[in-house]
Design a protein around this ligand. Sequence first.
Ligand SMILES: *Cc1c(COP(=O)(O)O)cnc(C)c1O
Length: 393
Amino acid sequence: MTNHDFSFETKLLHNQHKFDPTTGGVSVPIQHASTFHQTDIDTFGKYDYSRSGNPTREALEDIIAELEDGTRGFAFSSGMAAISTAFLLLSAGDHIVISEDVYGGTFRMVTSVLTRFNIEHTFVDMTDLESVKAAVQPNTRAIYIETPSNPLLKVTDIKAVCDIAKKVGALSFVDNTFLTPALQKPLNLGADVVLHSATKFLSGHSDVVAGLAVVKDPELAERLGSLQNSFGAVLGVQDAWLVMRGLKTLSVRMEHSQKGAEKIADYLKQQPLVKKVYYPGLTDHPQHAIQEGQALGAGAVLSFELESEEIFRSFVNTVELPVFAVSLGAVESILSYPAKMSHAAMPADEREKRGITNSLLRLSVGLENPDDLIKDFDAALIKSAKAHAIPVK
Ligand SMILES: *Cc1c(COP(=O)(O)O)cnc(C)c1O
């Protein structure tokens, strides 16, 4: 059963796994079995061993494939497991063109692991199509996009970059963690592989680590399925169930959090102690038009740079509502310090070069009333200004 005529919000609830066909239960059963009894010597049943296939994990894989408008989904033990397994589509001697402000873990995988297997890379500013083209080599086999990027929220024109990849016979990978299929569907823009840290918005409650990959092309699906089974970094069944539970509320969570992010970005822009606000929803964001053209919204993550490191320190020590932590995409707002958290794996000079300074904060807006977050930030900014004898208003 496919429900391609229904809207995204409806499909989150009414998909092929809305109830268990054996009992009618309205929640996907958790199948703990690692192995499955076979009734025939010559032909095995659909499942034999849970690394290769498990009905609970498969339900999540079916659901994410449908939500991303793909044909097959794959669930992994983390976002990095999904990303690393997708990189196994490449071979020694291949070359990757990759977003320069990519997630820190992806940066580490590409620079310190893949290089040992003779897979080379070139970092580029993906917003500059000429530099993407210039970075392509005869052995380029993949172009890796993260949009909006982390933590500077630069927006890549997905279709334009996927077209470049197609022309040179390279695969295009898109990390869709920040926007999710609720707002952006890279496969429909020409991407070959969509990747997710399902730890973030998809599950949404800071209580599970998981990764997903989705493809449209059946041959690519075969190859990725074989790699998932070979590498073996599959998602456990309890965690698969938690991601499915979270997915049901994805639309309402994204909508509320995005509205909050818009309001907070506008507020921060007016604050004299805030040097810069990075959010693709702002009309003066350099790629605002591209964002509007390829996604239904700008998402719920924004970054901002405070006037100085002193202000930054007293602000972080004073704010009360957001948790100060790594990660994003949860019911509670999360304030992170990219320089020391998500991008700690990146050498300091590389970070500074990319604009990830020591006064930069990333905010993932949760489900609080945004006016309370603004009240909290306002109090922290006033206190920080007073502490450093800076006039605010
Ligand atoms: C968190 C994150 C990852 C890594 O996912 P894990 O689930 O932590 O392994 C990859 N990409 C982006 C954009 C992320 O935010």
